[in-house]
Design a protein around this ligand. Structure first.
Ligand SMILES: *Cc1c(COP(=O)(O)O)cnc(C)c1O
Length: 257
């Protein structure tokens, strides 16, 4: 990456935690592989929010390069401590006034929770200003498939299409459209195994409509620890797994980097 220098030195960790984490990661990875049809790829995003940088270093040394974080400040701090060939994914609630801090991280690869045209503009402008030589920020448009008021994400077709058009316009070269993303409702994610998840079906429908209208081939980020098998059945390109890899998270006020 042209705008970054050498990586910081490796963060120390203990052997017992290393054995545990690599085993859990391999187990999740194998379960995903077992659910994935031969003609598809499903990426595993390791969600490291509220977990220490030493945990990330362990999985980095195990070959993992994609990590998901929910809080801008935490992502910024971890990115400064950890190797600069990590691909950071932001998957938290995105505030307009934090877009700049995110865009400054040269190895921020993806914002999965882009939920407004205004924030797409902010990311593009900040990347152009602070990291003009870094790769464009891949953006997944977050869709509120469950129509719950407390969930972020777009629901309005005109705004989704306007955001697609902004992200695919070659003039806005510091951002790029990569896909669509959803969280879905908790109830729907805890259905009996094998039952179709209507939130995932709704996301797949958005993908089909956008691909048909714009000639894109969007990826779908859907599925977490509780519902990733069903998400893969319904076409997920990336599942985001935290707890099954790293274990329970501490409360935010007790988390340390
Ligand atoms: C925390 C989080 C995850 C991971 O959830 P787990 O249940 O721990 O696997 C995935 N996606 C998003 C958006 C999250 O905030």
């Amino acid at each position: 990456m042209s705008s970054s220098t050498t990586s910081p030195s490796s963060i120390p960790y203990d052997a017992a935690r290393q054995a545990q984490l690599t085993q859990q990661y391999d187990r999740v990875h194998a379960m995903i592989a077992a659910e994935t049809p031969a003609d598809r790829d499903v990426a595993l995003l390791a969600v490291s929010k509220l977990k220490p940088a030493s945990d990330i270093q362990i999985l980095y040394d195990h070959g993992v390069r994609h990590f998901g974080e929910n809080y801008v400040q935490e992502l910024v701090e971890k990115a400064g401590l950890l190797p600069n060939d990590i691909h950071w994914h932001f998957i938290g609630a995105l505030q307009t006034n934090k877009c700049k801090d995110l865009a400054k991280v040269p190895n921020l690869s993806t914002v999965e929770t882009l939920d407004s045209l205004k924030k797409a503009r902010k990311l593009n402008e900040a990347r152009a200003k602070f990291q003009p030589d870094a790769p464009p920020i891949s953006c997944d448009i977050q869709i509120n498939t469950s129509h719950e008021s407390q969930k972020a994400g777009l629901q309005d077709e005109a705004e989704v299409f306007a955001t697609v058009e902004y992200l695919t316009d070659p003039a806005n070269k510091h951002v790029a459209l990569s896909g669509v993303m959803t969280i879905g409702s908790w109830d729907v994610s805890h259905l009996a195994p094998g039952e179709e998840n209507r939130d995932f079906a709704t996301l797949a429908d958005w993908k089909r409509r956008i691909d048909a209208k714009y000639g894109t081939q969007l990826r779908m980020s859907m599925g977490m620890s509780a519902d990733f098998k069903q998400a893969i059945k319904q076409g997920s390109s990336e599942v985001r797994i935290g707890t099954d890899i790293f274990g329970q998270r501490p409360p935010r006020e007790q988390a340390t980097i």
